[in-house]
Design a protein around this ligand. Structure first.
Ligand code: AMP
Length: 285
């Protein structure tokens, strides 16, 4: 696996590969890889001739009181893991090279960012769309692979791609979980053993909602109430949001109809975790 730190070199490499007829897939990440990240890379391999990953802890998507400085990092370990999965190129830029003093551009998706995580993290998605737009221009992928764990991110980036006619095909990958159900996340490393146990309430609350839907409960009110009660019954938890919403507009809905997103963000101790599932009336489990 070749590691590239300079945007121009990445661009030239990508352009040469495109000219030779190769299909390129990009997996943007912030590093500290777990099986979720590696699964995205494996999916990318199935869709493309050349898999490019980016590892960049993007400062502009963190709020002033968020965990930018403590965000877990392990570049050496990440490069080893990506290499073992068969990734071809890793783009690892520095912060000043991505955001020189002269930088002054923002890519902003309007409505879909005003819900869910956009409420408690108001600048977050502008940071995400701006850096992803840059990464698309630098790595020139035909295909980009994102995780459904960050469902709103996938929706918002897909919106940007459509709105700006970006010639990139978005591929979403289902959430990869620990054997006990916890969605894999780099931030899980912040949890102490008791918080780790308590964090299982996120997945358990999604399972509860699915059961309720299978038994005929389609109304947002009772579903959200049941989810919140389960979560708040577990220690160290504080709810940021539990919403039932449309998976494209991200707007709240009154009831489960078609595919409906149940999304939640919960603080467990000091660690903010997110999870989600799609609910629909005709899926029984
Ligand atoms: P991050 O490094 O956390 O910014 O994540 C990079 C990519 O990996 C994003 O597209 C995430 O949605 C995806 N991802 C993170 N955790 C998981 C997971 N547990 N399952 C599937 N995809 C994930």
């Amino acid at each position: 696996m070749k590691v590239i730190h300079i945007a121009e070199e990445m661009q030239q490499t990508a352009e040469a590969l495109r000219l030779s007829g190769k299909i390129l897939a990009l997996v943007p990440t912030m590093g500290f890889f777990h099986e979720g990240h590696l699964e995205l890379m494996r999916v990318a391999k199935r869709h493309a001739d050349v898999v490019i990953i980016s590892i960049f802890v993007n400062p502009t998507q963190f709020g002033p009181k968020e965990d930018l400085n403590t965000y877990p990092r392990d570049l050496e370990g990440d490069l080893l893991k990506a290499d073992q999965v068969g990734v071809d190129l890793a783009f690892v830029p520095s912060v000043p090279s991505m955001y020189p003093e002269s930088f002054q551009t923002k890519v902003s998706v309007e409505r879909a960012t005003k819900h869910l995580c956009g409420i408690s993290r108001p600048a977050h998605f502008d940071g995400v769309t701006t850096v992803v737009a840059k990464l698309f221009n630098i790595a020139k992928p035909h295909i980009a692979v994102f995780g459904q764990k960050d469902f709103q991110q996938l929706t918002v980036v897909s919106r940007m791609v459509q709105d700006l006619n970006m010639d990139v095909r978005m591929v979403g990958v289902p959430t990869v979980r620990e054997p006990d159900g916890l969605a894999m996340s780099s931030r899980n490393s912040f949890l102490n053993p008791e918080e780790r146990k308590s964090a299982l309430c996120l997945k358990r609350s999604l399972d509860l909602a699915r059961d309720l839907v299978a038994r005929g409960e389609f109304q947002a009110g009772p579903l959200i109430k049941a989810v919140k009660e389960l979560i708040l019954g577990c220690p160290f938890t504080e709810i940021d949001y539990v919403n039932l919403c449309h998976p494209v507009s991200m707007e709240d809905v009154e009831r489960v109809e078609g595919e409906t997103l149940l999304a939640l963000a919960v603080r467990v101790g000091k660690t903010r975790l997110i999870d989600n599932c799609l609910l629909s009336r005709d899926v029984k489990n």
